[in-house]
Design a protein around this ligand. Structure first.
Ligand code: ZN
Length: 539
């Protein structure tokens, strides 16, 4: 049934081709103005109508009853019928995937090319042309350079980037696009009406979405769905669609996740390239991957039982998700989701279909490796600090270098956020933070001495002062970055700062409550502050 539907409703005239308007209009204009090219390159993903349109073009060129300035083939004349039935002498279709060798090109094209056609044109349709061997390409190139006037080549390929530039430059190129779900739903509705089937529009829309823009897939999915209609079961539900139409292979998703967890870019790329070899649509795969990692987050947050998304999964899948969720940090999961969302559009038009996904995987792996390296450095740095501190206690005469090991590459992205810091920890480290800031920035210790830690949520620390001039300075990018680095280094966890100004009364209150060093500063300090802001103290 599935093949039948696809063949039965294969478009036979330009008007029946859904989508690809930019290509149809150009071709029809060329037919009307009799400026048909000698070589066309039809490129785009499989199953979106390249070969169908090639045959319609061939029919139109050779139709015996078509009038001048018309473009649609009649589909009833001798030539049209022969092309539909696949036994026209003038249309030579070659599947390059099975005829890659140069002698096949010679047999099928070169030996054939100089015999004039029965009709007006001799049309060579070469499918999967990128599969030809180099020698075969060279043979083809010679004929493309000076073809007889009655010859038209239509080269079809899913991978135009594999073609030699010399071939591409001799062709008029058309890039076929995936078809919108609306247009596909429209075509499915027509088929359903024609076949007198009882299938709800919801089901058709779901099939259209699941087909990922490939009309051939949509028609064959519809065929699979209709095959379960029996006298006892006349209605098709969305649940039937879920059961019959598979999502991306679960194993491939699990393998991709494993590669990311292990930061193994090589394994990730192998998985992706296997998908390409299997003809998987990567746009659809990416959506399924988003869904997979989202479920992992739900499981990690303990929402396994609440989520209906997870309830319907097989035990094997759920167990794999649980196993992988345990091995991955939630912030890395969020990064993965961010990255997959960001490449969804790029996957639509990528010349090399797998490239956006490959870049995403390599970047994610490399970034995580860098973060790990940074963490190890920090741990090592802290151990050195401890040793240094002990040495200092034992022998005060020995000058100890900076206790702060600020790495030049240290940034928000690659500092550990593994542990949550409490307000108490900040208060007890306050003096150490001020001391550390002396090595970094001239005005920072002064600002911190006049400020209080207020609240901390998810390592976002609200830091306040009654002096607005301090807060404005602290809010400046450089100062804030420096301060955040110092807090993060001293507390050994990534801390962000939110500076706010409050009243003098509040400051008095906090001074009592926290028993921290007084925010009122001795005159010398005020002068220093004024200097650091480029001002001076007015008596
Ligand atoms: Zn005709």
């Amino acid at each position: 049934m599935s093949q039948t539907l696809y063949r039965k409703y294969r478009p036979q005239i330009f008007a029946d081709v859904i989508g690809q308007n930019h290509i149809k209009i150009t071709l029809q204009n060329e037919i009307i103005s009799e400026q048909v090219a000698h070589a066309y390159l039809f490129t785009g993903p499989r199953g979106i109508g390249k070969t169908s349109l090639a045959r319609i073009l061939a029919k139109s060129l050779n139709c015996e009853t078509k009038k001048e300035k018309e473009t649609e083939p009649c589909n009833t004349c001798h030539s049209c019928v022969a092309i539909t039935q696949g036994n026209s002498f003038d249309i030579i279709e070659i599947d390059a995937a099975t005829h890659t060798q140069v002698d096949k090109v010679r047999d099928n094209i070169i030996e054939n090319i100089n015999f004039p056609p029965h009709g007006k044109y001799k049309v060579f349709i070469i499918d999967e042309v990128h599969m030809l061997s180099t020698a075969a390409f060279n043979a083809l190139l010679k004929t493309l350079e000076e073809p007889p006037t009655f010859v038209v080549f239509i080269l079809c390929t899913t991978e135009a980037y594999k073609l030699p530039e010399t071939i591409i430059s001799r062709c008029q190129r058309f890039d076929f696009k995936k078809v919108s779900a609306e247009l596909i739903t429209g075509k499915l509705k027509k088929i359903v009406a024609e076949e007198k089937l009882n299938i709800h529009n919801n089901v058709l829309a779901t099939i259209a979405l699941r087909s990922g823009g490939f009309i051939r897939d949509a028609e064959s999915l519809l065929g699979q769905i209709t095959s379960i209609i029996t006298p006892d079961k006349k209605e098709i539900t969305l649940a039937d669609v879920e059961a019959i139409i598979p999502r991306s292979d679960f194993l491939a998703l699990a393998n991709l996740a494993a590669a990311l967890i292990d930061k193994n870019a090589k394994a990730g790329l192998e998985t992706i390239n296997q998908l390409v070899a299997d003809g998987v649509d990567l746009e659809r795969f990416n959506l399924d991957a988003l869904d997979y990692f989202r479920k992992m987050i739900l499981i990690k947050l303990g929402l396994k039982n609440q989520s209906e998304n997870i309830a319907g999964l097989s035990e094997e899948v759920v167990n794999k998700l649980i196993e992988q969720a345990e091995k991955i940090e939630i912030n890395f999961l969020i990064k993965i989701l961010d990255k997959l969302i960001s490449i969804q559009n790029a996957l639509k038009d990528a010349e090399i279909p797998q490239l956006p996904l490959e870049i995403a995987v390599v970047e994610l792996c490399e970034e995580e490796k860098e973060i790990e390296k940074q963490k190890n450095k920090e741990i090592k740095g802290n151990e050195e600090n401890k040793v240094n501190a002990e040495t200092q206690n034992k022998n005060e005469d020995i000058e100890v270098g900076s206790r702060l090991h600020l790495e030049p590459t240290c940034s928000k992205e690659n500092t550990s956020i593994s542990k949550n810091i409490t307000l108490e920890q900040i208060k007890s480290a306050w003096q150490e933070i001020i001391k550390a800031s002396q090595n970094v920035n001239h005005s920072l210790p002064l600002i911190l001495k006049a400020s209080y830690p207020l609240t901390i949520t998810n390592n976002l620390l609200e830091i306040g002062s009654e002096f607005d001039i301090h807060i404005q300075k602290l809010k400046s990018n450089t100062c804030l970055n420096n301060a955040e680095q110092i807090f993060s280094q001293v507390l050994n966890s990534f801390v962000r700062l939110k500076p706010i100004t409050f009243s003098h009364e509040k400051a008095e209150e906090l001074k009592q409550e926290f028993n921290l060093s007084a925010p009122e500063l001795p005159p010398a300090d005020i002068e220093e502050i004024a200097k650091s802001f480029g001002g001076k103290v007015i008596e």
